[in-house]
Design a protein around this ligand. Structure first.
Ligand SMILES: Nc1ncnc2c1ncn2[C@@H]1O[C@H](COP(=O)(O)OP(=O)(O)OP(=O)(O)O)[C@@H](O)[C@H]1O
Ligand SMILES: [Mg+2]
Length: 385
């Protein structure tokens, strides 16, 4: 039976809308915000939070995880907690967001004929009908807030609901304080702001490992490969991009009938997500650079996400022999590697002192690059006669 080996056993757990049960590397932030909400709501007070951080830094995941944990944490000061999540990206007006919020408390109003404050009254009545602490998550809140929203002000002022409280979590990539009116700003003092730092490479590897454990067949991806993906995503600290590459690589591996994800599958996935090297770019490279790049591609085609520089130098020397080209000095070899690194075609990682570096190439599938380069170098040779 040579049927395709499945790698993606639970693909839905890699979907951006999936809320992971565990947020690795954000335990502290989750614990802190959870504690602050429990304290305030336990006293019957609302708590407002401004959550910012770069793309893919885990803002939405953190807010949704916090919301679920609060909902599941039981009653606080006698009331259950309920989360109302609205993504404001495409609903960037107070009225449309308000209509969404009404739906979360089971009220539907016609789109027209009500002023914002009338809608808010109806909303508060809805909350009162089911006494609860309502935590409103306004995700992607930038455009809403930039349009001089009144909704933020109204929601942060509505503690007089008596039966329960209404709290607000504003989520955005940028700092929203400059766009808020002074009264709302005072609701987001220092202990009401949380800014998420971009994930580093190690954090990304841990996140990938946790998500791979949920989604993929055990043993179908090695830590090396996860680290390769983390290296690719680290410059932006973007966990979403890292997970997209993982998912793409898993698909590439399945399509190839492989039973595990290799470095080559990762390059293929990355190449299809953002084609970074164009043939035009390759045309600008010198013969020396092309040769070294071909040696890297051939070595990586066979195995691995990176190769020790010593080993690479040896296979480069063999390649030159094969091409009947003159040998290259150590210095020139190094200079050429550094040039490729500077141009973003390879990544040089110095493991300590001296020349014991690792050379990685994540830009393109090595097999594709090798073919391309062989063609070019071959043509060069042919024209020489
Ligand atoms: N600490 C983590 N542990 C596990 N998965 C995570 C973690 N942080 C983020 N993720 C996952 O990475 C992806 C991106 O995270 P998220 O959507 O929360 O980022 P974001 O900061 O909201 O980005 P954007 O500004 O683009 O909306 C999601 O699939 C999320 O589940
Ligand atoms: Mg988000």
């Amino acid at each position: 039976m040579s049927s395709v080996t499945r790698i993606l056993l639970k693909e839905e757990t890699l979907d951006p809308s999936f809320v992971p049960p565990r947020l690795v590397r954000r335990e502290k932030e989750l614990e802190l915000t959870f504690r602050r909400y429990r304290e305030a709501l336990g006293k019957g007070l609302p708590y407002h939070l401004l959550l910012t951080g770069g793309v893919g830094s885990g803002k939405t995941a953190l807010a949704r995880r916090l919301g679920r944990d609060l909902e599941r944490g039981g009653r606080l000061g006698g009331f259950p907690v309920k989360i109302a999540y609205v993504n404001c990206w495409r609903r960037a007006s107070d009225r449309t967001v308000m209509l969404d919020l009404l739906r979360t408390v089971d009220v539907s109003l016609p789109d027209r004929g009500y002023s914002l404050s009338e809608m808010l009254d109806v909303f508060e009545q809805g909350v009162r009908r089911h006494p609860q602490h309502l935590v409103v998550l306004l995700d992607e809140a930038s455009s809403l807030v930039r349009q001089e929203t009144k909704l933020v002000y109204l929601l942060t002022r509505s503690h007089e609901v008596e039966l329960g409280s209404i709290s607000l979590i504003l989520i955005a990539v940028e700092d929203l304080l400059p766009f808020l009116d002074p009264a709302s700003r005072s609701s987001f003092g220092v202990t009401h702001r949380l800014s998420l730092a971009p994930y580093g490479r190690d954090a990304l590897t841990d996140i990938l490992a946790a998500r791979a454990e949920l989604a993929l067949r055990p043993g179908s991806v090695e830590r090396d490969v996860l680290d390769q993906i983390a290296r690719i995503a680290a410059p932006n600290g973007d966990a979403r991009f890292a997970l997209e590459v993982l998912s793409g690589a898993a698909h590439a591996a399945e399509d190839a009938g492989a039973d595990a994800i290799s470095a080559e599958h990762v390059r293929r996935a990355k190449g299809s997500l953002l084609p970074t090297v164009s043939e035009t770019q390759l045309e600008t490279l010198s013969t020396n650079q092309l040769g070294v790049l071909l040696a890297i591609s051939r070595t990586l085609k066979r195995r691995g996400g990176s190769v020790p520089s010593q080993k690479l130098r040896a296979s480069h020397a063999a390649l030159l022999e094969e091409l009947r080209a003159p040998a290259m000095s150590r210095t020139t070899f190094w200079r050429t590697l550094k040039e490729l690194d500077r141009d973003g075609l390879v990544t040089l990682e110095t493991a300590g002192s001296g020349e014991s570096s690792q050379v990685a190439m994540d830009e393109l599938p090595a097999s594709y690059l090798a073919t391309l380069l062989e063609e070019r170098l071959g043509r060069g040779r042919a024209s020489k006669g």
